[in-house]
Each structure stands twice: as C-alpha cells, then as structure tokens.
Write a protein that binds this ligand. Structure first.
Ligand code: NAD
Length: 441
C-alpha cells in the first residue's frame, strides 16, 4: 500500500513514520521547505522521544520520503491523510483554511481513487466540507474520479507520541461506506495486535469523539485545580484528596493532578472550538465554559502567591523559572502557562532567568531577549529571589537544595506542580508554596 500524509508537524510526522514502520510506502508533504530538507537529511525538527531513531530506520529502508509537492506526493496513493494545523480563529472556532486548502489541492491533482482522511482535529461536519472542496476541483477539471472521505482523529500525546501511535488505546474511524472501511482496516491492522479496538462509526460521531475526549480531559484538570484552590482555603491537602478520590475506579487516578492550568496546542483550542460549535447550534456548554474560566484563572495562581509574598512591585527582583514547555518531554510552547507567568512577572518589573531541558530554542520565538536563558537549572537560580517550578521535567525532581540555598538570594520556592514534599522543604528551611497544600512560611 502507499499513503500520503500532508503536514509533518507533531501529528503528521509521527503518523507517517509509524505507518512506514509497518512496511507501508509513505510520502509526507509539507509546505515548509526547510522542514522537508531537514527531514530528508534524517533530522527531526521537533522534540519527540524515539522519533529520530524510527525515522532514520525508515529513511534508510526507503519506506518514507518527504516532498513539498502535493501533486507528486499523492501520485499512486491509496489514502491521503490531512494532518495540517487547525489553529483557533479569532472567535475561538477552528480555522479550517489549511485543511480545506489541502483538500482543494488534492482535487486539483488526484488522478485515481483515494480515501481522503481528515486526521487534523476538526469540527463536526468538516469531512463533508473536505468532500465538497475536492469534488468542486474535480468538477472544474471536468474529470470523474471516485474518492471517499473518512475521519480519523488522532489521540497521541506529545512526549509519548510514538508509543501512543504504535500502541493506541483505540483507533476511531468515521466512514461512509465499505470501500473506505476496507482501506482503513488494512492500514490499521498492524496496530491492533495488542487487542486495542478499531472503532468504526459515522463521520459526525468520529469528529465529535475527538472534541469530547479532549474536553473531558480538560474538565478533569480544571475540576482538580478548583478543588486544590479550595483545599488551600479549608486547610486540606490536595495530594491526599487526589489519592482518596483516584482510588475509586469510577474516577481513576489519571489526569487529576492540580497545577498551573492546562496549555498546549490542543486543549485550549479544542475546548474553545467545541464551545463555539455548541453556541452555533443554540446550545450553551456550561460545564466547558466553566472549565475554560477556571483554567484562565489558574494560569495566574502562582503569580498571585508571589505577589502575596513579595508585593506587587517586583522592580529589582529576579526569578528563576524551571520548565518552559507546556508539559514535560516536549518542546511545544504553544499556550504554555510559563509564558503567562513570565509576562506577568515582567509587567511587575521583575528580571527572569529561565531553563528548560529541550524547549529553550522554541521559547525564544515567544520570549525573544526579554529573559536570560540559563545554561542549566542551577544557572537559572543564581542570585534569584525565588525559584518558580512550572514544568515538572524529571530532572527537577531531586535537585541539590544545598547548592540552591548557596546561589539564591533567598530560600523561596513556588512549585506549580507539587513536585516537592512540604515537610522536606520545612526541614531544609525553605519557604515553600505549592498548589492545594500547606504553605511553608
Ligand atoms: P503542527 O503545527 O505541528 O504541524 C502542522 C504542519 O502542517 C506544519 O509542518 C505546516 O508547515 C504544515 N502545513 C500547513 N499547511 C500545509 C499545506 N497546505 N500543505 C502541507 N503542509 C502544510 O500541528 P500538529 O500539532 O501536528 O497538529 C495537526 C493537527 O492535529 C491539528 O488539527 C491538531 O489539533 C491535531 N492534533 C494535534 C495533537 C498534538 O499533540 N500536537 C494531537 C492530536 C491531534
């Protein structure tokens, strides 16, 4: 079989490489020439554990190639996956210009039957817009080439994307007929070895499933952040509450960790887009609106604690930030809480030193020269008035506190991920703030 994947971002590149690993002939298309050249040289433009080795192996075997030409890339393909970005429009709805642009281009160049699969996260009904866009181009060319559309939302997580793709919890596919179903079954058969289900459904339900999944996850996070904030007020410890509720199988212990709010390229925009879809249908998604509000508030939570301790004039104060990416094991800075925290600190006159194990280069696109980029986690703490832990990279778990107390101006930590033990902080003589737990002052 031969497939084409259009868009080589976090989703497209992982999709293409993992399909190549099953022996399929894969062509990846991207408009970004620099990216395509890097990929042809075996260089992975994003940080995603395990992806470089997998790509190198499949490039060497000649099972994957990259091009900027969609016309060439789709020649002879049985299936074309659209995996380009769907950023939020000004009103929060998903901007479909990239997806529909690709659909039109496919219609302009295809010359035999294909299944055209939307893998990007798109609002309900988009696959039919893709179908219309392709058909319009075929009509302009006055050619009659059969094709099917399908919806195949992606559930991979940045940081464990390769593993998630190779061993998915489930694969969701929306189809209209048996022909498309047969192709999708063949493509995904190699990923079903561990008993994970391949769920076929209608296209509307498939598109909706992706938004419902992300919205449910975002809801868990906002719920737990709200509970953590209340824990602080009533003197409860959210760590214990989390364990207490998480051991109930109906609730489960995943995704109930409080923090500085969710970020990343998916949850914020997908929650907004679903709210928008519902509004368009005259239905107000009250739970999700609250989820969004709580998340917005949570991103300022650490800064509120900082203001409470140090006041609102931070002129002459310096802070060390540990972790910039929106979560560990990725360089993705999209909607990262660190950006909000840094902006607020700078607005109050503070100087900021930052360190992240992999996201420093990516962070420079947003932060420019407004902060000092430290060479390691200790360098980020030299002469700072407080350390702020924003992203829980594993290398921040067991720092040498004796070094920290020597290099910091004062022994003060704001922990946005509850990584350290308050009791240990007390014994070490640090003033310590975390989320939903006792403050050590
Ligand atoms: P991304 O921004 O990392 O990558 C998109 C790529 O598409 C870029 O390389 C861009 O150059 C390319 N592109 C844009 N227009 C193009 C065109 N006309 N032709 C060819 N290439 C084009 O995006 P991503 O994070 O991979 O997300 C892609 C989609 O998958 C989005 O809809 C997103 O919501 C969804 N998704 C993302 C994740 C995630 O964790 N990142 C997970 C599941 C689903």
């Amino acid at each position: 079989m031969k497939i084409t994947v259009v868009g080589t971002g976090y989703v497209g590149l992982v999709t293409g490489t993992c399909f190549a690993e099953t022996g399929i002939d894969v062509t990846c298309v991207d408009i970004d020439k620099k990216k395509v050249q890097m990929l042809l040289n075996g260089e992975v433009p994003i940080y995603e554990p395990g992806l470089d080795n997998l790509l190198a192996r499949n490039l060497e075997k000649g099972r994957i190639t990259f091009t900027t030409s969609l016309a060439k890339g789709i020649q002879g393909s049985d299936a074309v996956f659209i995996a380009v970005g769907t950023p939020p429009d000004e009103d929060g709805s998903a901007d479909l210009k990239y997806v529909l642009g690709v659909a039109r281009e496919i219609g302009q160049h295809m010359d035999d039957y294909k299944v055209i699969i939307t893998k990007s996260t798109v609002p309900v009904g988009t696959s039919f817009k893709v179908k219309k866009a392709v058909q319009e181009e075929l009509d302009k060319r006055k050619v009659d080439i059969p094709f099917d559309v399908a919806s195949n939302p992606e559930f991979l997580k940045e940081g464990s994307a390769v593993d998630d793709f190779l061993k998915p919890d489930r694969i969701v596919v929306g189809i209209e007929n048996d022909r498309a179903q047969k192709t999708m079954k063949r493509l995904y058969k190699p990923f079903l070895m561990n008993g994970h289900p391949l769920l076929f459904m209608d296209i509307f339900s498939s598109e909706m499933t992706k938004y419902a999944a992300n919205s449910m996850l975002a809801t868990k996070i906002s719920f737990m952040n709200d509970i953590a904030n209340l824990c602080e007020l009533v003197g409860a410890n959210v760590d214990l509450v989390r364990k207490g509720i998480g051991s109930d199988a109906r609730i489960g212990n995943k995704f109930i960790y409080p923090g500085t709010g969710y970020g990343g390229s998916c949850f914020p925009k997908d929650v907004q887009a679903l709210i928008r879809t519902a509004d368009e249908h005259g239905h107000s998604l009250e739970v999700l609106k609250a989820v969004e509000n709580v998340n917005y508030r949570q991103k300022s939570k650490l800064v509120e604690k900082i203001k409470g301790h140090l006041g609102t004039n931070l002129n002459g104060k310096q802070f060390g930030i540990w972790g910039l990416s929106f979560k560990p094991k990725t360089d993705d800075m999209r909607e990262a809480p660190s950006l909000v925290i840094i902006e607020q600190l700078k607005a109050m006159g503070a100087q900021v030193r930052v360190y992240d194990p992999v996201a420093m280069e990516e962070a420079k696109h947003s932060l420019g020269e407004t902060v000092v980029y430290a060479k390691d986690e200790y360098d980020a703490c030299i002469e700072v008035d407080a350390l702020i832990l924003v992203t829980e990279w594993s290398e921040f778990r067991m720092p040498n506190f004796r070094i920290l107390e020597k290099i910091m101006n004062q022994k003060l930590i704001f922990d946005g991920r509850n990584v350290y033990d308050p009791e240990e902080m007390r014994e070490l003589g640090f003033q310590y703030y975390s989320i939903g737990r006792e403050t050590i002052n």
